[in-house]
Design a protein around this ligand. Structure first.
Ligand code: FA5
Length: 616
């Protein structure tokens, strides 16, 4: 197995190693190295290119790919290279560094997207020539600027980016999400931008967000329940200060100086640090500005003076901006609590009325409201309209009309809250007897049929109440109830609709299965399961033992069945002419089952803890 050095040190440009295997295929030589610094194409990041030098021959690496646990380098060769040969490998560093910057830019943009939007699930990313990140869900175009601003703010903060190898269990515990397809031929790894949740990743990353340089969001493309956030980075800039080979041109220093200036301004504008801290970071001896100023010595004298002028201007502009800096505590920021804030008068600064104000934090919809919107949209596309029916209703609609007479034992399963009548006792018989907090959305079935408009294609989403509270139950929760009534409805229609929903909501590779079950109001009745997004119905994830998410390969969606003739009759519909299907599932649990969304205790959804809610 090739040792994947690029995963451990993405800045390694040369390496001495041995060839494990060399085989000629037509014009191409396929080389398997013992240790590898070339990144093999995958995870949206393009392959590296470079050179392998043997004793008396040199091969150009045109492409690298994984095969089993090995990296295979596709090379063009002058001379011969054989298994066992000692070689020196060199990566085409310009290409690799650009790809690393694009890749980390993708992670930065992901965090920006997560902070200004809601309800999106990452699907895939491409960090090639036209880079993008794709999500399940949609983003309106007016989010372009907020995403770009947030991304550049993360860049300006120059946050460390670190990587860690993990087991599958650690990955599912720590990572913000689990991608639908984890690689089964590479070690599992998570990458963390300081201050953000780790993300599964097998690519090469720069060591801090500042190295990415300015990011532009070039497009937001919504298509078929998916959205692509397209982006670009400054391809000219080479902020890799560790780069050994090749000199740096006057023009490159100037564009880097301008980048440094705009990053510095964003950092000052974020008001997250004390003035002293900013001064050290932006103007101190280890600052990027001082590093670039030193580089002026290495360029020809004829260019040095004009670059020097730019460097001085940049320095002056940062000093000027810092002199008007408002301390974080004056802005009433969290950072005001930081014990390391100096308290001297010189640090206080003054208020510049011409500076733009800072925008207040913007909230977003609760995770359950996002799920309701998504579910409503999915069913609307196949003609199911969202309807509303009472959440405090007559017992008759919640039970009696659903083939559950007053004394029926099945009623106990719903652990219902009853409403006390003020004053008089309710009548014992008839439609208007007792009142309940609806324990399920099935009360909407007969209510919808009573409207007298056929066919029916409804989706009833409402609050439900039961005397239950534990890790998987809340006393108030939401269900969505589908009902289709027409002539000639069959189980095949039910299966088709459920399959459509499962694939739209969870992903196109999902399967469903129907298990026989019992409900009083459907005959036949089923429980519906959807295949697990982590282990794909196998119960064993790639590289793991028992799947932590599903344990068996399948996740339970909820109940469904063909509408019982007695229910149709209760609504005055002739079951000899019409029939239908119904299903009713919990919104919270259905959403929780989306791969990557792991919530150990359902009650946290309604705990109003902002630290939890703002993650979605
Ligand atoms: C019912 O409520 C049926 N009305 C569903 C149905 C409709 C079947 C139409 C056939 C035709 P059940 O009691 O299993 O079924 O609840 C359905 C779903 O509601 C459960 O799978 C679960 O996802 C959710 N649920 C039930 N109780 C709670 C609770 N206390 N907290 C959170 N979710 C709950």
């Amino acid at each position: 197995m090739t040792d994947l050095i690029y995963l451990k040190d993405s800045y390694r440009k040369t390496l001495k190693t041995k060839i494990l295997k060399a085989e000629r295929k037509g014009d191409v030589l396929l080389v398997v190295p013992k240790d590898c610094i070339f990144y093999p194409q995958g995870g949206g990041q393009p392959s590296d290119t470079g050179r392998i030098k043997g004793k008396s021959s040199e091969a150009r690496v045109l492409h690298a790919r994984m095969s089993g646990g090995n990296v295979v380098l596709e090379c063009s060769l002058t001379g011969t290279l054989n298994a066992g040969d000692a070689v020196e490998c060199t990566v085409n560093w310009d290409r690799r560094f650009r790809n690393m910057r694009r890749h980390t830019a993708g992670h930065v943009i992901h965090e920006a997207v997560m902070s200004v939007t809601a309800g999106l699930t990452p699907l895939r990313a491409d960090h090639g020539d036209n880079p993008f990140i794709e999500y399940a869900g949609s983003i309106t175009r007016d989010k372009t600027d907020p995403i770009e601003v947030k991304a550049n703010e993360i860049v300006a903060r120059d946050l460390p980016v670190t990587a860690e190898f993990v087991s599958f269990d650690q990955l599912s515990e720590k990572a913000a999400f689990i991608p639908p397809h984890l690689p089964n031929n590479k070690p599992l790894r998570i990458v963390t931008i300081e201050g953000y949740r780790p993300v599964p990743d097998g690519g090469t990353q720069v060591s801090s967000t500042g190295e990415v340089g300015p990011i532009r969001i070039t497009g937001i493309e919504n298509r078929d329940d998916k959205v692509r956030v397209e982006y670009a980075i400054n391809e000219e800039s080479k902020t890799d200060t560790t780069q050994e080979e090749g000199g740096i041109s006057a023009q490159e220093i100037i564009s880097l100086l301008l980048e440094v200036q705009s990053s510095a301004f964003s950092l000052i504008d974020s008001h997250e640090r004390s003035a002293d801290d900013l001064r050290i970071r932006l103007l101190g001896s280890k600052s990027p500005l001082t590093g670039l100023t030193r580089k002026i010595r290495s360029i020809p004298k004829s260019d040095a003076s004009r670059v020097g002028i730019v460097a001085n201007e940049v320095k002056k502009s940062i000093e000027q901006k810092l002199s008007g800096y408002i301390r974080p505590e004056l802005l009433n920021r969290e950072a005001a609590a930081s014990p390391d804030l100096p308290d001297s008068d010189t640090d206080r600064g003054y208020f510049d009325p011409t500076e733009p104000g800072s925008s207040p934090p913007v909230g977003h919809l609760h995770i359950v409201s996002q799920a309701i919107t998504e579910i409503t949209d999915i069913f609307a596309r196949i003609g199911f309209s969202r309807v509303r029916h009472p959440e405090v209703d007559w017992d008759w609609y919640a039970f009696e009309s659903l083939n559950m007479p007053l004394s029926h034992p099945a009623r106990d399963e719903w652990e219902t809250f009853f409403i006390e009548y003020p004053g008089t006792r309710p009548p014992e018989k008839g439609k208007f007897t007792r009142i309940v907090l609806t324990p399920h959305t099935s009360n909407g079935q007969v209510r919808e049929m009573e409207k007298g408009e056929l066919p029916i294609r409804m989706i009833n989403i409402a609050k439900c109440y039961r005397r239950q509270s534990d890790v998987s139950h809340t006393p108030m929760f939401h269900q969505f109830e589908g009902l289709y009534v027409d002539r000639g409805v069959s189980i095949a229609h039910l299966k088709g609709v459920i399959m459509y929903f499962a694939r739209s909501f969870y992903g196109s590779d999902r399967e469903i299965r129907l298990r026989p079950f019992h409900f009083q109001f459907t005959e036949p009745s089923f429980e519906i399961d959807v295949s697990c997004g982590i282990c794909h119905g196998k119960g064993v994830p790639p590289g793991g033992s028992v799947c932590r998410l599903c344990k068996s390969g399948w996740l339970e969606l909820g109940g469904a069945g063909m509408v019982h003739p007695n229910v149709l009759k209760a609504a005055g519909i002739d079951p000899k002419i019409y029939n239908g299907f119904a299903f009713g599932w919990g919104v919270e649990r259905t959403y929780m089952m989306k791969s990557g969304t792991k919530i150990d205790d359902l009650r946290i959804l309604y705990g109003n803890d902002i630290r939890f809610l703002e993650q979605f």
